[in-house]
Design a protein around this ligand. Structure first.
Ligand SMILES: [Zn+2]
Length: 241
């Protein structure tokens, strides 16, 4: 039995790839379990996930390419901390891209796409009613991604996924803890404009919605407390088993 357990453990270790670590770390950052500014040492990551430092480095480079992690020469890797200026630029970029995407989406959306968004909106409402804030936050972000993925431009959809992830860090840093990032009523109004194929209204609603999300933030530079990083990493790693 003991050897079977050992073999299973060894098998699990072999199966963990750098992309598994990237997926885990991305989820942990977006679920706000790893705070912006946290230092990610190669040694701690290699220990906790049971992988080589080469794989850890590969994962960190990939996370840095997605802008969720920042690599500093001589200082190592840190969970990114978007500045106030970068945060404003992210919202400005989203207004441009999502304004264009929603127009393209309306041009190509079929009844199935609209039904999908209606079901998604219902899930958002259920999560909010159940006061499951983590799930609600994720679903509210996914609403934007769902539109992007169905607009028929893969490159813009990929850019938007990246921007939504980075915005999630901004909301963690500068958001108010007791408020959700997006307003469900605004998502509802967007969906109505989409269903009526009113592109002009949808573009304007989307831009106003993003401005509203930005205006809810307290965009001032601030100090963030970094928690005990090893214990956070250990809890992320234990989710993998
Ligand atoms: Zn929204």
């Amino acid at each position: 039995m003991e050897s079977a357990a050992k073999a299973r453990r060894a098998g699990a270790t072999r199966r963990v790839s750098s992309s598994d670590i990237v997926a885990r770390m991305t989820a942990a950052i977006l679920q706000h379990r790893l705070a912006p500014g946290s230092k990610l040492t190669e040694e701690a990551l290699a220990d906790v996930f049971g992988i080589s430092r080469t794989k850890v480095r590969q994962a960190l480079v990939e996370l840095a390419a997605n802008r969720l992690v920042t690599l500093y020469r001589g200082r190592g890797a840190f969970v990114s901390r978007p500045s106030v200026r970068e945060s404003r630029e992210l919202f400005a970029a989203r207004r441009v891209i999502e304004g264009a995407l929603i127009k393209e989406f309306i041009a190509v959306a079929n009844a199935k796409d609209i039904a999908f968004l209606r079901r998604h909106l219902a899930s958002e409402k259920r999560a909010i009613r159940a006061q499951n804030l983590n799930l609600a936050t994720r679903l509210l972000g996914d609403f934007h991604i769902a539109i992007a993925k169905r607009a028929g431009n893969q490159v813009l959809a990929e850019i938007l996924c990246d921007l939504v992830s980075r915005t999630s860090l901004v909301i963690l840093l500068y958001g108010r803890n007791d408020r959700l990032s997006c307003s469900i009523e605004e998502h509802e109004a967007l969906l109505d404009a989409i269903a009526h194929r009113n592109a002009a209204a949808a573009v304007s609603l989307m831009r106003r919605h993003l401005t509203h999300v930005e205006s809810e933030l307290v965009l001032k530079d601030k100090i963030v407390q970094t928690p005990n990083i090893r214990s956070v990493l250990a809890s992320i790693s234990s989710d993998m088993s």
